[in-house]
Ligand binder design. Structure first.
Ligand code: HEC
Ligand code: HEC
Ligand code: HEC
Ligand code: HEC
Ligand code: HEC
Length: 218
């Protein structure tokens, strides 16, 4: 063989194998980087919306509770996005000629719902349910961050499997009293290391079952 290819062939072969390995390693590194980069997880990336609606103004400023608009969050899988009527409940009087509300008024007149762009969207093969989390003392803030400070909503967490599992393995580290689920900037009334296990027991949370594949993939 070495006769056929000449003395340099082995060196070339060796060099190209090393080159290929280096490429594979670089590729894997890049893949890993992409999986965890904001490009893939979209963490912190604000999404343009049809109306310049601001949570910072309505929640942080006016002090509205999340459930005023996200009415289904305690009872169903979906938190729900408010219909135009909820906005017009105030904006038929407040800032009623504002150009920023043009699309809201048009929606009211035509009956065509506003087309809000989704920010959080799990793949279809994952089962998620808001009501269960909210009823068991997991705060909006635990998953969505400081919504009350966002002029435009961006994801605060990656929503990847490892992130879900981090809490499912140890909900005591995050759980809060049920009446504090919509509180932003929450501080536990006593040490979390004391309160957490108490609430987990009181709410009857079965931590063992929470990491089963069939909990989220059904
Ligand atoms: C006055 C009504 C109103 C209130 C109050 C309100 N929201 Fe919203 N929320 C909206 C509207 C409208 C949207 C869709 C537009 C957007 O994403 O900004 C939205 C979007 C969101 C989204 C992103 C949804 C997606 O597409 O993934 C999250 C998360 C959210 N709200 C959480 C909260 C939390 C947490 C609170 C309380 C701290 C809250 N909201 C209070 C009206 C409201
Ligand atoms: C409880 C009353 C209330 C509700 C409900 C409400 N808003 Fe507002 N909104 C206000 C107030 C008060 C302001 C501040 C008005 C001002 O500064 O003149 C405001 C301001 C705004 C502005 C900025 C207007 C400007 O000219 O700067 C936009 C846009 C807006 N709201 C959109 C919405 C949308 C969309 C909804 C429904 C998802 C909604 N609001 C629901 C009370 C409300
Ligand atoms: C355990 C984490 C978690 C908690 C707690 C949580 N959310 Fe969510 N939220 C999510 C995930 C994940 C999605 C995306 C769901 C999907 O794609 O099916 C989402 C989506 C949303 C949406 C978009 C509409 C929808 O239902 O898909 C809104 C609005 C929202 N959340 C508001 C809230 C509010 C308000 C609270 C607190 C009362 C809250 N969330 C608590 C994780 C959470
Ligand atoms: C900060 C903590 C936390 C995070 C983050 C979280 N969960 Fe949960 N999850 C809980 C708690 C607590 C329960 C309630 C368990 C109980 O009542 O026994 C729960 C329950 C569930 C259930 C219902 C289990 C059942 O059958 O009763 C599903 C499904 C679920 N979570 C999916 C998810 C998914 C998917 C994600 C990530 C996108 C996620 N969760 C993120 C804490 C969390
Ligand atoms: C607490 C909820 C939860 C549990 C429990 C869970 N998964 Fe997932 N899984 C997810 C979420 C959320 C995603 C979507 C990840 C994404 O979009 O990046 C996912 C994605 C996946 C994927 C797609 C590839 C990937 O990694 O993104 C596979 C395969 C998978 N899960 C297998 C499993 C297996 C096997 C188990 C049991 C050992 C399991 N999951 C348990 C929430 C869960």
């Amino acid at each position: 063989m070495s006769q056929l290819f000449g003395p340099a062939a082995n060196t070339i072969a060796r060099a190209s194998i090393i080159g290929l390995l280096a490429l594979l390693i670089a590729g894997a590194g890049l893949g890993y980087h992409l999986v965890n980069s904001p490009y893939n997880t979209a963490v912190g990336i604000a999404v343009a919306q049809p109306v310049p609606y601001s949570h910072a103004q309505h929640v942080g400023g006016l002090g509205l509770d999340c459930r005023y608009c996200h009415t289904a969050v305690e009872t169903s899988n979906s938190a729900s996005i408010p219909p135009t009527e909820i906005c017009m409940g105030c904006h038929s009087q407040v800032a009623k000629d504002s150009p920023a509300l043009e699309a809201v008024r048009a929606s009211q007149e035509t009956g065509q719902p506003l087309e809000w762009v989704r920010v959080h969207d799990l793949p279809d093969y994952v089962y998620f349910n808001h009501a269960i989390h909210v009823r068991q003392g997991i705060g909006c803030e635990n998953c969505h961050g400081r919504i009350d400070q966002m002029a435009v909503v961006a994801k605060a967490e990656p929503l990847q499997m490892a992130w879900c599992l981090d809490c499912h393995r140890d909900p005591a580290a995050y759980i809060r009293p049920r009446d504090a689920v919509t509180v932003m900037g929450y501080q536990p009334p006593v040490e979390q290391s004391v309160l957490g296990p108490q609430l987990v027991a009181e709410y009857g949370i079965e931590t063992a079952r929470l990491s089963d594949c069939s909990t989220c993939h059904r």
